[in-house]
Design a binder for this molecule. Structure first.
Ligand code: NAD
Ligand code: UDP
Length: 390
């Protein structure tokens, strides 16, 4: 497993200790799994929840976990816990994943969103900088906001020109809507942390890497409302559509489902993060787009494909009316706005880390919806069959 591993330049990889904040979330759980299964590194896993990494923390029926001494869970809220600096000091590198990062919160809980994504990240950056520790900070593709192309006339041929929509780390501007469009509270908070980290690098020598994920999806993403999350909660699109499919309800297309996204399989994306962790000389000082430019669809096309794939993996026929339209105001409330199109430029990550995504959208939906069906179908059936209390 661990011995004989070398980095991209052929140097042996030494075991390190990683302070992973937000380790109990979707991305954190996959990163912890990868680190335990394939590397000798230790993880100090920090989060307020640990449900998604329980299988890594507790010995299973089949005996002791062979990595049990390499992962330690620390239940703490980074907003107000003095243990944070000690954990950062104990580690060689800190990875910060902690955030409120579901669009339904950006316009309805803008203060929590800004505090979580900006204020709460400040001590993490400060402790890394003051203690000379490497930081990998999770930002978002949403810092790009809207494409330049979306401001061109609808029939302009320039809309087809990649120069007007491909998003480049070192060249594209960050284009957000007006302040009353509170959707952008998240993107703006993330952008300011990026600028702060960049400035800490420039002025104080902080060794940093910034990751901009482009719609990473896969098993364990978010929650299914009413099953392992609040019934009124609105998760990100994969879980919304999975919930609709499991309950045999039409999938809701916000404002016609015309926005475009590129989706990447979580396992492909985690490979990129591991390369960043283990190749500091190539990753430090960089901002990386991590996405799959080949997997572009409109949200409507995503809904259609998920309907087809779910029918295949569950053996259930699709509904006669598989989708319905809903306005963004009705679905998300006042202040919602959207990114029109998100195609990551891959030049920098290709050059620095030689990384490319592999999994097609169909294949990643097939494995993810197989997981959703296996994990939730029974629980949903039970929930639906319960008599409603009056
Ligand atoms: P997630 O919500 O599943 O994980 C975030 C984790 O952080 C949660 O487990 C949460 O409990 C924890 N957390 C939040 N605030 C905390 C606090 N104050 N103290 C301790 N723990 C706290 O989200 P994710 O999809 O795993 O995203 C991780 C990071 O990647 C976030 O910063 C997000 O903005 C960024 N990101 C993800 C995507 C994606 O496609 N999944 C896209 C863009 C950006
Ligand atoms: N969306 C939708 N129906 C849903 C949930 C989301 O049409 O039930 C749309 C949403 O308006 C956005 C896209 O799907 O255009 C992706 O939403 P997600 O929550 O995954 O986050 P985003 O990519 O906007 O950060």
């Amino acid at each position: 497993m661990a011995s004989g591993r070398v980095d991209l330049d052929g140097n042996p990889i030494k075991p390190i200790t990683i302070c992973m904040i937000g380790a109990g979330g979707f991305i954190g759980s996959h990163l912890c799994e990868k680190l335990m299964n394939e590397t000798p590194h230790k993880v100090l896993a920090v989060d307020v929840y640990n449900d998604k990494i329980k299988h890594l923390l507790e010995p299973s029926g089949s005996g002791e976990l062979h990595w049990a001494d390499r992962i330690q869970f620390h239940r703490l809220n980074i907003k107000n816990d003095s243990r944070l600096e000690g954990l950062i000091k104990m580690a060689d590198i800190t990875i910060n994943l902690a955030a409120i990062c579901t669009p339904a919160d950006y316009n309805t809980r803008p203060l929590d969103t800004i505090y979580s994504n900006f204020i709460d990240a400040l001590p993490v950056v400060k402790y890394c900088s003051e203690n000379g520790k490497r930081l990998i900070h999770f930002s978002t593709c949403e810092v790009y906001g809207k494409t330049i192309g979306c401001f061109l006339p609808k029939d302009s041929p320039l809309r087809q020109d990649p120069a007007y929509y491909v998003l480049k780390e070192d060249a594209s501007p960050c284009i957000f809507g007006s302040i009353e469009k509170q959707r952008w509270s998240y993107a703006c908070a993330k952008q300011l942390v990026e600028r702060l980290i960049y400035a800490e690098g420039a002025e104080n020598g902080l060794e940093f890497t910034i990751v901009r994920p482009f719609n990473w999806i896969g098993p364990r993403m978010d929650f299914i409302p009413g099953i392992d999350g609040p019934s009124e909660g609105v998760p990100r699109v994969l879980a919304c559509f999975s919930n609709n499919l499991l309950r045999r309800e039409p999938l809701k297309l916000v404002d016609g489902g015309q926005s475009q996204r590129t989706f990447i399989y979580i396992k492909d994306a985690i490979e990129a993060v591991l390369l960043m962790i283990e190749n500091p000389a190539r990753a430090n000082g960089q901002i990386f787009n991590v996405g799959n430019p080949n997997n572009e669809v409109t949200v409507r096309q995503l809904a259609e494909m998920m309907t087809q794939v779910y029918s295949k993996v569950s053996g259930e026929s699709s509904l006669e009316t598989p989708t319905i339209d809903v306005s963004s105001k009705e679905f998300y409330g006042e202040g919602y706005d959207d990114s029109d199109k998100r195609i990551p430029d891959m030049t920098i990550i290709n050059r620095q880390l030689g990384w490319n995504p592999k999994t097609s959208l169909w294949d990643l939906l097939e494995s993810t919806l197989t997981y959703q069906h296996r994990t939730y179908a029974e629980a949903i059936k039970k929930a639906i069959s319960k008599p409603v209390a009056n």
